[in-house]
Design a protein. Structure first.
Length: 446
């Protein structure tokens, strides 16, 4: 059962803060150093100073990115730049965006609180492995500030038999003018409405009670909230279970929403000692059919186009990915020879796990063939993750890099099936687009 509730969010006060578009930022984990500096310069009260403050050589336990975030958070609340809503609310959130092919998309969801549950003990399911570094960082920030600055992104199944969906109810109640209407750095338009009518909120909460929640993005933030809750419970003599730290700010979107898009994340391998192109392809040939797309001095664009077209064809029925080896004049398409390969590799695992491109890549190629063990993968040793295909191929030609693996997107249905089976995909298996904008609403934990 999904246990959701409204909350009195903290939002930027337009009267004090000014242009809201200058105050928002992407989630912390997609902000590069260059974008961080740009956001710092964009506005002195940009949310980046809370979610991803700068670090300096002279930082100390008493003066660091976390203590500075706390000072800014407290200061902005005192001077009225940030203001807390008077009534418990849910926040209806619509994102409009355009894909590279020109297709226009709209994703509808809402922000509310979800009661924290340990994975495997309730109705909230993860789908990806996490890394230790980001969890330590987020826990330090939560300890310092006592707030959720960014939402965990969850998706839930919807039945076509439902007479009303949560977003339908919120859409009817929202009114014409949004509370916030800004365009993010990714080009997506973000609109937010405050819904504080108790009757509407009750209907939405009732509909959500029957839902399972699958974390799409924000695994580190969710696990951090669990760790923070554990610390807080241990610090109290008589915890009641209703304290604010028992809940987390979450965005909810239906799995069947037409605007739900998953992009792939590509992998670049570097630093493999004694790497041999011939030996690598030879070992891959034991498990994959290999198609080569060669190019000369001027034929690379056409070879790339044909290669990428073939890579995406039948991507929903074939396990395959693209490969480029630095220094070569060919692209390679690797297609799994058959289920017998993964039946042996993933003995006892559900069928959906055996055919996922990312699990086959990480277990068979990265681990078995290239020798990058699970611990090294979790620490991102020998691995770089890149979202854009062209950027990945450009980076792959860098002096230290050796192999580029180009991925097809993971399907939403596969996320659901893997999660329900209690399994986890490798890190960076999904990239839900567009990302949720940070700075729209903050959830205080006290």
């Amino acid at each position: 059962m999904a246990d959701i509730m409204p909350f009195r969010g903290i939002l930027y006060n337009k009267e004090k803060a000014g242009d809201l578009s200058k105050l928002m930022a992407p989630p912390y984990d997609v902000i590069s150093e260059t974008l961080q500096e740009e956001l710092y310069q964009r506005h002195p009260e940009n949310i980046v100073r809370l979610i991803l403050g700068k670090t300096y050589p002279g930082d100390t336990p008493e003066n660091n990115r976390y203590t500075r975030a706390r000072a800014d958070f407290e200061g902005w609340r005192k001077n009225g730049v940030l203001a807390r809503d008077k009534k418990p609310s849910v926040y209806y959130y619509i994102q409009d965006y355009i894909l590279k092919d020109g297709a226009k998309k709209t994703r509808k969801g809402f922000i509310a609180l979800s009661k924290l549950e340990e994975f495997g003990k309730g109705s909230i399911f993860p789908h990806e492995k996490t890394l230790s570094g980001p969890k330590i960082d987020r826990l330090n920030l939560m300890r310092a500030c006592g707030a959720n600055f960014c939402c965990v992104f969850s998706i839930y199944p919807e039945s076509k038999k439902e007479l009303a969906r949560p977003v339908d109810i919120l859409d009817s109640a929202k009114g014409e003018d949004p509370l916030i209407d800004v365009t993010g750095d990714d080009g997506a338009r973000n609109r937010l409405w405050r819904i504080d009518e108790p009757g509407v909120i009750k209907k939405v909460a009732e509909l959500m009670k029957s839902k399972k929640l699958f974390i799409a993005d924000g695994h580190h933030r969710y696990e951090t909230a669990l760790n923070y809750r554990k610390e807080m419970i241990e610090s109290l003599e008589n915890p009641t279970g209703t304290e604010p730290f028992n809940y987390i700010m979450m965005y909810f979107a239906g799995m069947d929403d037409e605007g739900l898009e998953i992009f792939p994340t590509h992998r670049i391998v570097y630093g493999i000692s004694g790497f041999s192109k011939g030996e690598f392809l030879g070992r891959c040939g034991q498990y994959f059919e290999i198609s080569e797309f060669s190019f000369g001095i001027t034929g690379e664009p056409s070879a790339r186009d044909e290669f990428l077209k073939k890579m995406s064809a039948d991507a929903r029925t074939e396990t395959r990915f693209g490969v480029f080896i630095n220094g070569g004049n060919s692209y390679y398409l690797l297609t799994l020879k058959g289920r017998h390969v993964t039946d042996a590799l993933f003995s006892g695992m559900p069928d959906v796990y055996k055919t996922l491109d990312v699990t086959v890549l990480h277990s068979l190629i990265l681990k078995s063939i290239l020798g990058i063990g699970e611990e090294a993968q979790e620490k991102q040793e020998n691995l770089l993750y890149v979202k854009d295909i062209n950027e990945a191929l450009k980076e792959g030609r860098g002096e230290k890099n050796q192999i580029v693996f180009l991925m097809n997107p993971t399907k939403v249905a596969d996320v659901k099936r893997v999660s329900e089976a209690g399994l986890l995909m490798p890190q960076k298996s999904t990239y839900f687009f567009p990302k949720l904008l940070s700075g729209l609403v903050i959830n205080p934990l006290a």
